[in-house]
Each structure stands twice: as C-alpha cells, then as structure tokens.
Design a protein around this ligand. Sequence first.
Ligand code: NAD
Length: 488
Amino acid sequence: MDQATLIKNVVSQVLTQLKAHNGGAAAPAKTSQPAPAPKPAAPVKAVAGKGAYGVFADVDQAVDAAAASQRKLIAAGVEARREICSMLRQIPKLNADNWGAMELEETKVGRLDHKIAKLQLLQGIPGVEYLETIAHSGDDGVSLDEYAPWGVIGAITPVTHSVPTLTANAINMIAAGNALVINAHPSGFNCAKYAAQVYNRAIAEKFGIENLICIIDPPTLRSAEEIFKHRDIPMLVVTGGPAVARAAMKQPKRAIVAGPGNPPVVVDETADLDRAARAIIDGGSFDNNLLCIGEKEVFVVESVFDKMMEAMARAGAVRLNSSQIDRLTKAAFAWANDHFAVQKELVGKDCHVLGEAAGATVNRNVDLLYGETDESNPFVPEEQMMPFVPFVRVPNVDAAIDMALKHEHGFGHTAIIHSNNLATITKMGRAMNTTLFVVNGPCTAALGAQGEGYPSFSIATPTGEGVTNPLTFTRFRRVAFSGSLRVI
Ligand code: NAD
C-alpha cells in the first residue's frame, strides 16, 4: 500500500469514529485493528497549496500556507477547534501500535511499549476547555478577559518523542487558535512528517483547512534558523537540549523553551524504600530513560543506603558491580575537550545492550540497571538518557540536597524526593526551585501518570511557562464595554 492510501485509510477510520462519537449513524471504527504498519514515509514532493498536506521544502511557503490556514481556523470557530483537537487525540490512539513501531524503527531509541504508551497519553492533552473567559462586571460596565491566538508558531521538536511532541504541541496550539510550522529532529523526521500529513488530511476532509500543521522537508539547522528569524512567526516553542535552548533564547522574539534536565532523586532515612524502588524503576526505565523528567541519579543517605540497594533488587532492577560500571562508563562517555560526551550508540538502548557493554549478561525483560558510584562518575552529572541509574552514598539529607542541586545544574527542570519528613520535603522543594518537584512517586506523577495533572511533552523550564497547555500559546486580550452591558 502506498503512503497516500495509508494516510487515506487512517483518515477515513478516524472520521468514521468521530461521526459515531458525535452521534452519527456510522459504526465505530475498531480501535483494536489499526491500519497496517506504514513503512518510513517515502519523500513527498512538497507542492505549496496543492495537496502537500503540510509538507514544505521552503520555510516561506510553509509560513504563508500556515498563515492562510490559521485565518480559516479562526473563521471556523471554537467548536471546529474542539473537534480538531479531538481528532488529534484519536488518530494516534487508533494507530498507537503502528505509529509506535514506526517511530522506534526510525529513531532507534527507546522502547516499543512506552512509545505506544506515549501516543495513548495524548488523550489527556488539554484543548479549548482551557480558554475560559473571565468577566468583570461593575458600575462602570463589563470587561471580558479573553485568550487570543498568536498566529503562526514555530516549533522545534526532539528525537526522543517526535510524534508525541508534534501532536501535543499541535493540540495545544490549535486549541488556542494558532497554526504551526515545525522543524523536526532529522532522526525522527519521517514519522513526524507522516503524522502531520495524516492530521492535515483529516482536518482538510472535515473542515477544508489543509495546512494547519506545517513541517519542513528536510529539516536542517538552516531551516531552523529561518524559522527563528521569520518575521511572520511571532512565537517560538523549542523542545530539546542545551544547544537549541540557547539558540532560541538568543532570538529577539518570544521563545518558550522546553530545555534539558538531569533530574536528581533524594532518598532519606524516613522513606518507604520499597515504594521508592518501584517508583525509581517506573520513572527511570520509561522509554529507556529518554524522558527529560526521568530519574537520572539517586542520592541516598548512608544509614539506609544498603537497604535501598536491596529494595531495588527486590523490585526487579539488576545491580552492576564496580568493574561492570567502569566498563559501561567507558563505553557510554568519551572525554571531549572539557566535558564528558554521551555516546549516542547507547542512548535509549535496552538494559541487555547496556549489560553487554558492561560485560554482564542481562535478561531482555529487565527494565533498569543500577549500581553504586561516586559523585564524579559521569553518569551523575550528565543527562545520560540510558536505563542505568547511579546511586551515590551521602552522609545525611542536607548533603544529598546539596548534591542534587549541584547536579541539576540550575536547569530548573525536575527533582524528586522519597521521604516521609515534611520538613525535609519542604526544604528540598525550596532549595531545588525546579518546575516539577515529585514527592514519593515516579517522575511521571508530575505529568498525570501515577499522579494528578494534565500531561505535556514540552515542559518549559528556563523560560518558566512550565507544563505547556493551550493558554501558553495565547495572548491576553481584554475588551472593556465602558458604561454598558451590565444588566443588573
Ligand atoms: P537535541 O537538542 O539534539 O535536538 C532537539 C531539536 O533541536 C532537534 O529538532 C534538533 O534538530 C534541533 N537543534 C539542535 N541544535 C540546534 C541548533 N543549534 N539550532 C537549531 N536547532 C537545533 O535534543 P534531542 O536529543 O532531540 O532531545 C533530547 C533533549 O531534549 C534532552 O536534553 C532532553 O532533556 C530535552 N527535552 C526536553 C523536554 C522538555 O519538555 N523540557 C522534552 C523532551 C526533550
């Protein structure tokens, strides 16, 4: 089956399901039988305005097409936006197995079960319901505080969650009345392009709007720069590591930056160690530790250190000894000028692959490796994105918090504590000053999995917007009716 037919099938399944969902007569599509796994998308010739469904080789053409589609979106009204958001949640859910496999095959980082879970998590991405008007009514009339769109937003997406980030950004931004132009990571581009085309085609068939989610083919540093500098893009949203975060913050326009993290975990003597072990495994192993919020290093107070290591083993993690850790460290990092560089070959790989590098035989069903290191091992300061988590022995909880602060590097991203001492929890929360602070759970608790709150795949950290939602992508607008409209 060619790519166009695949896209058509996916779109018709979704439209049928939506019709059923909205009370139409059609039978619901079978969610258990998604479309056949698409091969990585073949290059599509981008022809502006002629069925490119959002794919453009040229940034100017993409921005023009997105701007025209954004105007149509506003004309279509808020209920159309609500339906589009619903489609963008249902399409990846309907195709989670195939799209997860497609993303893993292309990016070669992470785990299939969690690639699928991330596509399903998109169900929880908030939409137009976040745009609540606030009214002020008094003797001098009525004022309405409304949320207006920016227009066309430039988005840069990472390889770690290519389709989920594109989709979550699109739901939030379209809910807020915007269109977007995306520069995807080159190693996760084909699956992102495929998803964008499916989404645009579904939106076009229902609403006649073809290019709300534009994507540049091929994405390059130059096209990223063109998006950064484009005069018709008033807002940027960048999700990625330190280099792109720095580049975005230099631009003379509004930038929302979802930057890197290196989340530390502190375990004190009052913690429920078995619960802490399960949480560290759940969070640190998720998608082979690709999450920017994932547990990356653990500081445990001396008095419970050995018990904590036993709890990790009881919970199913596999402990590496010091010579195995040495071998793994040499394979995982190379000294480059003045810092350790993470070796890409091991990023996001399974435990048994890391085990081989460490000279250990590890079963394929193991979720997480761990072991004792000192603070200077590069697994502690570097954002390794591998399912090996170093545990550092510290004399007391104050030393643990100090080390956590040091190795978070001021990213202001995520920190985690396992403790039943409220004073200690409070002290760490204040000291870390991170966007996300998780207590007695896995990192995912901060995004609504084993915790409360809505999810997002762009946690804006240096720029402070936090867990992005539709309001993040709006402009505040007040309309004041002076001396009128008050009816009491
Ligand atoms: P990356 O920085 O290598 O790439 C991210 C994106 O930026 C890609 O599209 C890439 O092509 C682009 N890019 C890189 N350098 C650039 C430059 N100088 N100018 C313009 N574009 C540039 O990151 P990655 O490996 O794709 O993703 C992992 C990183 O992203 C980790 O550091 C992780 O913590 C971070 N991340 C953060 C969040 C968050 O919500 N805060 C979410 C996911 C990932």
